[in-house]
Each structure stands twice: as structure tokens, then as C-alpha cells.
Design a protein. Structure first.
Length: 208
């Protein structure tokens, strides 16, 4: 059954869902609009390698999907190397509650880091961001930041250092793309902040 405009406007996000949303928007999630006047929707995908994690995120946002909606399996070809990738995907309803996040995370269609990320990012959100974009690196941790500008990375670094007390710096990969590095000295503190929000299949990213 199609929801009325009033019913869509009455839908709000619980605080825990907002926290997860912030984390995955720093990572692999997207908020898009089908037209300038349309409401926004959340779109999310993960490779089949991360099936368990994908279905955790899907379970969180399924109440915001069309009734009867099921996540689906798809594939795409990377034109750079002609490799085929297999992934799971879902999209929510177009809802007013997502409009704010479209406004603060995008400028002219390009994703950015909100100016108030210091306030928005919580340990739960940090956990989901790391699961999306983190990888172990030696005894520390890398978090990919390819999508963001130098200014945006500065906002993230300040939040990690000042709010969460994590020692970090910027590394660059072979393509000269930025990666946030969390030092091994901060891994114990990081684990105490975020490990409770991890599923067991993803704990390897924390060296556990």
C-alpha cells in the first residue's frame, strides 16, 4: 500500500538508526533524489564477501523500505579491469526524514563531510564507518577517505583525535589517494569504543 505524504512525513529515524546512518554515509551508503522536488532515499550495497554485514544494515533500515521489499543480488563489470563484481543492494522509500542528510552530506551531487561531523559521529557510527571502509594495516588501522577533500579529511581527523582521543595521520595509497591511519597505540582504545557494534565476521578489521 502506498503511503500518503502525511504518513511519509510522520516517519522519523530513531537515534540509534541516525548514528548508523552517519557511519555508513561516511562509507559506502548514498542518499539520492530522483528529482529536485522529490524526497530523498538511502541506497546501500555491499559485495557478497560481506553478506552478513550487509544483512545487518538491511535489517536496520528495512522498516524504511517499501512494504514487502527484499534486498536483491546483482552484478556489475568494472570497466577499468573488466572484472565482474557481485553484490547485494537495497534502497529505502523516498522519505522526508532523509532530506536533511542529503543536504548536509552533498553539494552539487558530490559527497562531503558535514561541518558538524564532530557532533554527529558517535562510537556506533564510527564502528559502521570502519566496517564499511576500514582495513587492518600492520598493528594499526586504515580507513579509506578517497571520496573526500583535504578539508573534509581534516574534519574527520580532528573528530577522531579530539573527540575520541585516537592518534592518527594521513597515508596515501599507490594512486596517491588519502587514507586515515589510526596508530597501533590507539587500537586498544578504538576497540573499547566500537567493538560492541561489530559482528564477528568483521572483527578482523580491529585485529580481533
Amino acid at each position: 500500500m502506498r503511503l500518503s505524504s502525511a504518513e511519509r512525513s510522520a516517519i522519523s529515524l530513531p537515534d540509534e538508526v541516525k548514528e548508523v546512518l552517519i557511519g555508513i554515509l561516511l562509507g559506502d551508503a548514498h542518499i539520492n533524489k530522483r528529482s529536485l522536488t522529490a524526497n530523498s532515499r538511502l541506497v546501500y550495497s555491499q559485495t557478497t564477501k560481506h553478506k552478513e554485514y550487509f544483512y545487518l544494515v538491511y535489517k536496520i533500515f528495512k522498516p524504511l523500505c517499501v512494504n514487502g521489499h527484499e534486498a536483491y543480488f546483482n552484478q556489475s563489470i568494472d570497466k577499468r579491469n573488466n572484472e565482474t563484481y557481485y553484490y547485494f543492494h537495497f534502497a529505502t522509500m523516498q522519505l522526508p526524514c532523509f532530506n536533511l542528510y542529503r543536504e548536509i552530506f552533498y553539494n552539487l551531487g558530490k559527497k562531503l563531510v558535514p561541518n558538524n561531523i564532530y557532533k554527529l559521529l558517535t562510537p556506533r557510527g564510527l564502528a559502521f564507518w570502519i566496517i564499511d571502509d576500514g582495513s587492518p594495516h600492520g598493528e594499526g588501522l586504515h580507513i579509506s577517505a578517497y571520496a573526500f577533500s583535504e578539508k573534509d579529511i581534516g574534519k574527520l581527523m580532528f573528530t577522531l583525535q579530539d573527540k575520541f582521543g585516537l592518534k592518527c595521520s594521513i597515508h596515501y595509497n599507490r594512486d596517491n589517494k588519502p587514507i586515515i591511519y589510526i596508530f597501533k597505540e590507539s587500537m586498544s582504545k578504538l576497540r573499547s569504543l566500537v567493538s560492541e557494534y561489530f559482528i564477528k565476521e568483521m572483527l578482523y578489521k580491529l585485529g580481533l
